[in-house]
Design a protein around this ligand. Sequence first.
Ligand code: MN
Ligand code: MN
Length: 488
Amino acid sequence: MLFLLSILSLLTCQAALSPVPPDQIFQYIDDHQDEFVQRLKEWVAIESDSSDPTKRGLVDNMMQITKDFILKIGGTVEMAELGEQELSSGKKIPLPPVILAEIGNDTKKPTVCFYGHMDVQPAKKSDGWATEPYTLIEKDGNLYGRGASDDKGQVLALLNAVESVNVIGLPVNVKLVIEGMEEVGSNGLDKIVEEQKDGFFSNVDYIVVTDTPWLSKKPGITYGARGNCYFFIEVEGARRDLHSGGFGGAVYEAMSDLIFLLDTLIDSKGKILIPGIYDDVRSVTEEEKELYKDLEFNLDELQADTGAKRFLYDTKEGLLMHRWRYPSLSIHGIEGAFSGSGTKTVIPAKVIGKFSIRQVPNMDPSIVEKQVTDYLEHKFSERNSPNKIKVTMIIGAKPWLSDMNEPQYLAARKAVTRVFNVNADMIRAGGTIPIAKNFEEVLGKRVMLLGIGGPDDSTHGQNEKISKYNYIEGTKLYAAFLQELASV
Ligand code: MN
Ligand code: MN
């Protein structure tokens, strides 16, 4: 007992120094890893699928369990109510509350707010899973289960880290925003962020999103994401679908017009043909080029994984820059076109082509909208078809780019080096992360994405997993980050 007390006092004494060497904490994490895996097992077991209204009770249940856990590790929790969701049937069901939690509130310490989510994508064994999706199975160093990586495993690693560091005292105040509707578009979260701007968020210094993968087995820190402008082009021809035997050769066909228009958007090398679209794209700096050199990324592995015959770029830098920091245009589908099996001989009356442009700093969705609309209308007028077109931008989500010289980035880089003995990969997301942009715009605080997922975790897919290595070493990463943040 006396021995224990003296160890404790030694630890407490060291806690007063800043930063505390994390070794005892790393040891603590190693010693508790079975318990951490067991926790994840309990969380994965709850089918908190936010897309299915009949499972809403399970999402609520998951939020409650998360709340209880935060209370257990010494936090305070407020459940912020979001009101109701109206289903397409007209029926209304309650939205799950958002957890706003706090662990420590010493005004002398910086405050870091983490964001994550407890809902998951749907999963059924019959989708092609090798094991039951809601039973966490450890196999070959991986922990398989829906939500193991996205995002229960990542949030839990953070909470495990908070608990572990708190054994000797947290050097920073921790806040948590945890929601239950992320997978279906974060319904109501914007409202809470806006409402709590001068409340819960008023003393927040840093915002960190714990819901992101690395580029490889090497830890990555995400500092940017592309935006998304999603367009519909509607082409309207005859009043009704026509028989190609009766009318083929006699009418201007909506589908031919649409195919023509879609084909004017992009060339075979991936270059977007819309005039002016590249005008506002930031040029690449030498400093930025340097970042790409050390990235651990293998084109052959990606090719094997995707089955793509050949990529548009054959260097790591070329490919990643075009995924992350240049705009891209993808054609997604045609509504109203015949797409069944067999040989229906129809001339569709009205078709809607769907495509999107992933855009980057400093592009502006409203300018993109005008460029796209003007171009398509111009191209269509050249065709001299009597059909009608309508171009609509359905989504206009802005890109996000942070400043990696901000203190939380420096702390995260130091933490990566401390835990993994490598320099972190500084990466971007090719997809869109509205939450990052939204936090920055509403709160005026810089956001960082510090996740611990692996690149091959199959989030949203069958056999989702997190490697035990990422989960446990990721817990250490969050622990080291909390400590480094106190001294940057
Ligand atoms: Mn997620
Ligand atoms: Mn997800």
